[in-house]
Design a protein. Structure first.
Length: 269
């Protein structure tokens, strides 16, 4: 869902950018600003249904990973306990001395996607024991792709890329909610919106239906508050679309959550 459209001139770019924001507002997802800050996050109605969670295993011509393989492959990739690719990769992770970190700040990179890598027709059937795992290392803001062998439990190959932001996972979306709830300006509004609709307290992101998308700082060029999100793209940033189960949407469309820095910013139209 990351916006990577090619620009055809500065004027056209600004026009498309502002149209995107206006469409968001028309859908009932416009933000609430009052007195220079967020007074409360209003609840907006929408008939849209909840999108299903993305599948963990992606089909390819060499077959799908089983549920067990989909669980084991990220574990092997995160542990990265053996294999020349992993050893070489660890030497590059010099930004922090305490190793790779996930979205919650815990040890080990954040799993994003697991799939069976494509297999050439001439390849041995042994390659069917391989899995390709995408991870995000919050310690170095790096997308990691590791190929693991499920039989030997070794990392066969590993590569890192900066500035690449795949769609966020549900786990990352839930971390983004935690950042909002911890914000003294935004947290009370989200809790108030939830309580007004349900009569209950909002204590966990699991109480919400979440959709999310990666956010790049370039999308905010020319809008108020753009400087606050200028590192998005280098940092892992997301926008949330939050729904109360069986109810309406909680308006978060102007809020950008920088998961790398664990802070939220409000940007204007």
């Amino acid at each position: 869902m990351t916006d990577n459209a090619t620009d055809r001139g500065a004027v056209d770019t600004r026009g498309r950018r502002h149209r995107r924001w206006r469409v968001s507002a028309a859908l009932g997802l416009a933000a609430v600003l009052a007195g220079g800050g967020i007074a409360a996050l209003r609840t907006a109605g929408s008939p849209a249904s909840d999108a299903p969670e993305p599948a963990a295993a992606v089909a390819s011509h060499s077959g799908r990973l089983t549920s067990e393989e989909s669980r084991e492959a990220p574990r092997i990739a995160i542990d990265a306990a053996a294999g020349p690719g992993a050893a070489k990769d660890r030497q590059k992770a010099t930004k922090k001395s305490d190793g790779e970190r996930n979205a919650a700040g815990g040890s080990g990179a954040e799993p994003l996607d697991t799939r069976r890598p494509p297999r050439a027709k001439s390849a041995s059937s042994d390659t069917d024991s391989r899995a390709e795992v995408q991870l995000y290392d919050y310690a170095s803001d790096t997308l990691i792709t590791r190929v693991v062998d499920l039989r030997s439990e070794k990392v066969l190959d590993s590569a890192r890329r900066h500035g690449v932001q795949p769609p966020p996972t549900l786990a990352e979306a839930r971390e983004a909610v935690k950042v909002i709830l911890a914000d003294r300006r935004l947290g009370p509004g989200m809790r108030e919106s939830y309580a007004s609709q349900t009569g209950k307290r909002l204590t966990s992101p699991a109480q919400l239906r979440l959709q999310s998308m990666s956010f790049l700082g370039s999308r905010a060029e020319g809008v108020d508050g753009a400087r606050k999100v200028s590192r998005c793209g280098e940092h892992r940033c997301v926008q949330l679309f939050v729904r109360i189960p069986g109810g309406k949407w909680i308006d978060t469309s102007r809020i950008v959550i920088d998961l790398s820095a664990r802070r939220a910013a409000v940007i204007g139209l």
